[in-house]
Design a protein around this ligand. Sequence first.
Ligand code: SF4
Length: 388
Amino acid sequence: MTVKFRPRPARPTATARPDPRVKALMTWFSRHRRPLPWRRHPTPYRIWVAEVLLQQTRVAQAAPYFERFVRRFPNVSALARASEEQVLKAWEGAGYYARARHLHQAARQIQRERAGELPHQSGELRQLPGVGPYIAAAVASLAFHEPIVALDANGFRVLARWTLERRDLHRAAAQNRLRRWAMDRLPARRSAEFNEGLMELGETICLPLRPECTRCPVAGQCRARQELPDPGALPTRRPPRAKPQVVAAVVAVNRGGRWLVLRRPSTGLLGGLWEFPGGKVAPRERPVAAAARELREETGLTTGMLEELGVVRHEYSHFRVALHLFRTRSARGRVRVRGRRHRWVGFAELRRLPLPRATLKMLPPLERAGKRDRASRDSGSRRGRTGA
Ligand code: SF4
């Protein structure tokens, strides 16, 4: 689910109108429901964690992160007892780390105020940190069968095609119309199957660009299929924006076998994760000069020899970054870091810290460089002995 909509949940009217599309969807879903990890032992806690994860992560990518997270923290009280660093480590690689911080804060609130039991109503769920209208509606319907519509990007897309909604789905008017349409047809006691079925159809058959209409259970009643030459033309899309490219320089400073890492501020991009010092390369600045400048500005250290180990590339949701990675053993001075924590850590400890994915990508070149150093030291000492 890469596109995040913010639907305003609404309650269904007392008598839902029977609709052949809804009926076909429910029958299909009861037969083709995938055995996803969060559908095994579906406790409210597991449903909540899965919905948070799926807000920005596709199903196939989310599954291993979900398994790792719930293995580490199997319930609200285990999550509430953990430190923020442990939670971020368990979330490492899934991205959008504010989600993990909010989950943690919400778990502490639930443990403190409700002895670990999640609220049942969408209105109460929305009072928790990080729980917006969509997650509240999804958890309330999937875990507690509240008769409420929960539409994510998949659900909106499917409904837009069923009903030939031609407006941009980012617009509130289009979303409200589709939500009302669904609300009027929501089977009162089966909101969970309806919401999950729509998402499932969008994830597996009614795909964004090439819907597989020949496999679709509602093809006979879908207006896009019946009336358009290409049902995939809906919903109307905005032209994609090119992602800006950022060039940065990063310095891995080593002293006595330990590496200097800094903790990012708790809020904002990659909040609370650990990284090597570094920053953006200014226009017309050479990466090596930027590395020395950033190290001095961030830590107060001055550097001697900087060895470039290569360029690490990474893509975030809104930009791409090319990181020139440098290594030094000859940085001078005492570390002075304002408003951030720092540590000197060996490789084993470094791997135990929550790290951004871009930093994780820097570990193999650093390890290879370390191996090269050891090999050249060994061959040097062997040559020395041979010569003697
Ligand atoms: S018929 Fe095609 S466009 Fe319509 S819901 Fe099914 S897959 Fe989507």
